[in-house]
Each structure stands twice: as C-alpha cells, then as structure tokens.
Write a protein that binds this ligand. Structure first.
Ligand code: 9MR
Length: 361
C-alpha cells in the first residue's frame, strides 16, 4: 500500500488515489462516519465461502434477506425456528458486523397458518402479532438492535377504494384487513414495550423516483407517519428501500426534500435495499451498461447522503444471486441478468462499487 501511495505521488495523483481504490466499502464508509451494508442469505455462508468472505470484507451491516421473515421464524403457530437466522448472527458476530432485523410485520413471506389466523377477527390478529413479537424480540435482543417492524404499509397508486379517511393510503394487506390502519401502531407500541431501546423502523419502497406515482406514495407515507407521531406512537426511523429502475427518472430535489421532511419529523432515514434495475432496451456492451448503473447509483446515493442519510445497504452484493435475476416478476424476459449490484456474478467490482465509494466518502 505504501509503495502504491509513493507511486501515486510520483504520478502526480493524490496519495489516496490508489489506496482508496482497494479499501473495502465497509471501511471507506466508516472513515466518513457512515455505514455500508448488504442483505445476505444463510445459504451463502454454507455453500459459497468466497462470496461470504466478500460480505465480511465489504459490509459493516447485514440484513437477513429471508431468515428473519415470519415464514422463516414461525412456520407453524407456536413453533419458532431461528436456525437460519442464527447462522447469519454468528457470522456477523465473527466479523464485527451489525444486523438489521427484517421484517416483523409484512404481507409477504407469511406462512399459511398466519393468513388463516388473520381472517379470524381482530382479536386473533392482534394476538398472533403480539405473540410473534413476544418470542422474537427478546430472543434477538442481544444481537439485533434495529428492526423493520412494519414493512411496506403504503398502497401503490392508485390505491384502495376504501373510503374511510386515512385508509385510502394504506395497502390492503391481510394485516390491514384484520386491524385497519391501527396494525402499524399496535406493532410499534408492542415492540417498544418489549424493548425500550430498540430502533423501530418502517420500511417502504417506491418513494424515491421522480414519477407521479412515487410522489403520491411519498405523500401517503408522510401522512401515515404524521398520524403515528401525532398520536405519540413510538417510531425512530424510516427505511427507504431504493429498488431503483433506470427506465424511470430520478431527480435529486424531490427526493432530498422528502428525506428532509422525514428528518424534520425527528426520524432517522436509511437506505435499506438499494439495487438498480436496468433499462428495457440495454445499451450495447457491458461497459455502457455498467456506466449507466453506476451513474444512477452515484446520483441517488449522493442525494441521499447530502440529505442526511448515514446508512446505505444494498439488496445483496453481487449479481450472482440478486432477486433481480431470480424473481420472475422482475427478471428480464430476454434472460439477460441485470447488473444492478456493486459486484458482478464472478464477484468482481463494477463501476457501481466505485460510485458507492465516492458518494459515501
Ligand atoms: O429478495 C427477497 C426474495 O429472495 C424473497 O423471495 C422475497 C420474499 O421473501 O423477498 C425479497 O426481498 C424483498 C424484501 O424482503 C422487501 N422489499 C422487497 C424485496 C425484493 O422483493
């Protein structure tokens, strides 16, 4: 490293030019007082040691991509299974990494018994909600200090046809159908009662871009948050997922204003699931594709950091197993694997990695 710094100086470059190019994102972010992390799956730890080592080097924060969801933790009523989650917790401890819990209350990754229970009336719904938190939060108290308590509560435009005021903004999820908008408050209050110093987060997507739908969703989310805070409901942070798409425009200004509004409400704001879906028509050649992804990452993360976000997590590190490649609803019809994460499928750094490093510094 010292020799490279000397070479850099000799070449008239700042000494950090070579050195920084090698320093993992984890360290570069930390040196700037920020946190970088990524979602991880427990299978990677078991079958892909090279990729696991990359997580250890590059990520200061890990989010279990599936292992802390309801279907993983309580597959049958009253039977809790922390096996997969504990593998990630052990890895994080071994590598001095922090964990984000994801997600206590969500309308996906629900086991069939839960879907049935939520149809059995509000008392039953509240009972299973509280029982889940009663079991999970004390068990993870020592290792997970930040949980997505409620994930994706807001309806995508045009929204619901429910005429009750306040409710047109809410996603018509099984939780909403069982308990109305109050399910969010019930979950947050119960989490706070169980663990007074846990950071309570609401996590949402589709609020980042410069589209009319995103603007509507931002307004709806702000409305829900104001309602909660006005009622004295505990809440510490908002997670902005940031599953960005190149076919949609992004502009720093409306997004930065939104982050500023959240912060004025006293909430921390973090980027929780960043990845970038490529355009429908791809430019020719990997270099052009990677440059487009990197440019969007730079623009977005700079705006987020500039607006006061201190934590950025990607939804995975490498294109090797990104949901952008695996999930039929988002994978490309032409079979091309999108290059929306900082490392390619052979775990080589891409221009998006440099873009993240620069924006976080
Ligand atoms: O990437 C996750 C995928 O592997 C799972 O099958 C899916 C359902 O559990 O969830 C995906 O992660 C989602 C996250 O939990 C919430 N925000 C959107 C993510 C992508 O769908």
């Amino acid at each position: 490293m010292r020799r490279r710094a000397a070479l850099a100086l000799a070449a008239g470059l700042p000494a950090c030019a070579f050195a920084q190019a090698e320093v993992p994102l984890r360290q570069q972010a930390r040196q700037a007082g920020r946190g970088f992390g990524a979602a991880i799956r427990s299978e990677i730890l078991a079958i892909d040691p090279v990729y696991a080592a990359l997580y250890a080097a590059e990520a200061e924060i890990l989010t279990p991509e599936w292992e802390a969801k309801w279907e993983a933790l309580q597959p049958e009523e009253g039977r809790f299974d922390h096996t997969a989650l504990n593998q990630i917790i052990a890895f994080a401890q071994q590598h001095q990494q922090r964990l984000r819990g994801h997600a206590l209350i969500w309308h996906q990754a629900m086991p069939p018994w839960l879907t049935t229970a939520l149809e059995e009336g509000p008392a039953r719904a509240r009972g299973v909600l509280e029982a889940h938190l009663n079991a999970v939060l004390p068990a993870t108290r020592a290792t997970i200090r930040d949980w997505d308590v409620v994930n994706e509560p807001i309806a995508n435009p045009p929204g619901s046809d429910n005429p009750q005021p306040g409710n047109e903004s809410m996603r018509q999820s099984p939780w909403f159908r069982a308990l109305g908008r109050d399910y969010v408050e019930i979950a947050l209050r119960h989490a706070r009662a169980l663990d007074p110093t846990l950071r309570l987060t609401i996590n949402e997507y589709g609020v980042e871009e410069a589209t009319p739908d995103a603007a509507t969703k931002r307004t709806r989310l702000l409305g829900l948050l104001r309602h909660l805070l006005d009622r004295g409901c505990p809440l510490d942070a908002v997670g902005i997922q940031a599953h960005l798409q190149l076919r949609r425009p992004f502009e720093a200004e409306p997004f930065a204003r939104f982050v500023a509004e959240l912060r004025e409400m006293g909430l921390a704001v973090l980027i929780t699931e960043l990845d970038i879906r490529e355009a429908d028509a791809l430019p020719t050649g990997l270099a052009a594709r990677d440059a487009a992804v990197a440019a969007r990452a730079a623009q977005f993360v700079s705006a987020a950091i500039g607006a006061g976000c201190r934590t950025v997590l990607c939804w995975g590190l490498s294109d090797r197993d990104s949901w952008l490649a695996k999930e039929p609803a988002v994978a490309r019809a032409d079979g091309v694997v999108t290059r929306g994460l900082p490392f390619d499928d052979t775990l080589r750094r891409k221009p998006m990695w440099d873009a993240l490093a620069r924006a976080m510094r």
